[in-house]
Design a protein around this ligand. Structure first.
Ligand code: ATP
Length: 368
């Protein structure tokens, strides 16, 4: 059992306020990913949990017991760094055995643990090699192995595959997922790569400027972003965001995007009123929420294809809507060429509304 809890955690570096009143519970066996842009405080928060960084105030609890005053070595939490930090003059076997020797584990036990961890990481054939002869992926496997041999209560990983090439990152992502399914230790993983976060996490913690923006499953943060920051940070290509006005026309709610108007269900007006929505509204819609047709159909507006990016399995198309661009995702080759006229509408179930000033989502769910 290993539950990690942060209560009102604060941290400054000089005048820079790096962690701002962070509250979070990571459940036993959960895989939580801290995701956010560079400098938002992910690593500092992780290092504070590990005991590598002191906090100014608040509590860090492991299984309900405060640990913020314990030394890193006494916290029973293992840390994997982006730079592998292996001992170059030791073999892989010795690197894996080192943390066990340090606590007086018997020779036989060390041998059995090193071989079992080596087996689960697929590095048994490398036990006699030295780090300098290993690939980046294998070095990181050894670094993870070294964190696992002590069977820590929790595993903290700081961009552990950030320095590997894209293809190897994909392989390692799957291996990390398998490893977590097998050994199930409570894990916190730091990355600024949203694909990594989406594919690995039970829950994602989106951070910005030292504050938690949203905590939720990958599906929750993708489908129901809590604010404009999360909406634009998660998803590639990014969500279309535009200032909008809503009025009633011909039995529909009509939203204005520049000079173009799109119809949405009339219910929207009642929902906005109920949420006491301010006048400054922003509409958000992901490219897959912009529906494109070759024909003029009810609810569709004429638009002109501007730039087409083929991705193989699908196309991303910039549609000109007055002076604005609305980015759509279509099936591959759906629009023949730039300059073609097509028709577009906004899928009500995929329309998001935000208060432009505060950035907060109004949590309006049409068509659900
Ligand atoms: P990255 O992905 O770039 O590592 P991050 O989200 O992990 O970013 P942190 O490394 O936690 O962010 O840094 C948060 C802020 O604290 C940054 O402004 C950084 O410059 C500052 N910072 C981090 N470590 C120190 C330090 N030891 N001394 C002073 N400032 C620091």
């Amino acid at each position: 059992m290993a539950e990690i809890e942060l209560r009102n955690v604060e941290k400054h570096f000089g005048l820079v306020h790096v962690i701002k009143n962070v509250n979070l519970t990571v459940k036993d066996k959960e895989f939580v990913v801290f995701l956010g842009p560079s400098g938002c405080g992910k690593t500092t928060t992780l290092r504070a949990i590990a005991g590598l960084e002191e906090i100014d105030s608040g509590d860090i609890l492991l299984d309900g017991k405060p640990i913020q005053n314990l030394r890193a070595a006494d916290r029973d939490i293992a840390f994997v760094f982006q730079n592998y930090a292996l001992y170059p003059h030791f073999t892989v076997y010795e690197n894996l055995a080192f943390p066990l020797r340090a606590v007086g584990t018997s020779k036989d036990q060390i041998d059995s643990i090193v071989k079992s961890v080596g087996q689960s990481l697929g590095i048994l054939h490398l036990l006699k090699s030295r780090p300098s002869s290993l690939s980046g992926g294998d070095m990181q496997r050894v670094a993870i192995g070294r964190a696992l041999v002590r069977r820590p209560k929790a595993l903290l990983l700081d961009e552990p595959i950030g320095s590997l090439d894209a293809k190897l990152r994909e392989t390692m992502r799957l291996e990390l997922k398998r490893l977590h399914l097998e050994n199930g230790s409570t894990s916190i993983y730091v990355t600024h790569d949203q694909v990594e976060a989406m594919s690995l996490a039970d829950r994602i913690v989106v951070m910005h400027d030292g504050m938690l923006q949203q905590v939720g499953t990958p599906t929750e943060v993708y489908l129901h972003p809590a604010n404009l920051f999360v909406a634009q940070f998660i998803g590639s290509p990014v969500m279309n965001i535009s200032a909008t006005k809503v009025s009633e026309a011909n039995g529909n709610a009509q939203i204005e995007l520049d000079s173009a108007r799109f119809d949405l269900p009339l219910d929207l007006l009642g929902m906005l009123e109920q949420k006491k929505a301010a006048a400054d509204l922003s509409l958000g819609v992901r490219p897959e929420g912009v529906l494109v047709s070759h024909n003029d159909q009810p609810g569709y507006r004429p638009v002109v294809a501007h730039i087409i990016q083929p991705f193989g399995g699908f196309d991303i198309v910039d549609l000109k809507v007055g002076e604005k661009t609305l980015r759509a995702r279509t099936t591959s080759g759906f629009i023949g060429k730039a300059g073609d006229r097509v028709w577009a509408r906004i899928d009500p179930a995929q329309a998001h509304f935000f208060d432009t000033k505060s950035g907060a989502s109004l949590d309006i769910r049409l068509g659900e």
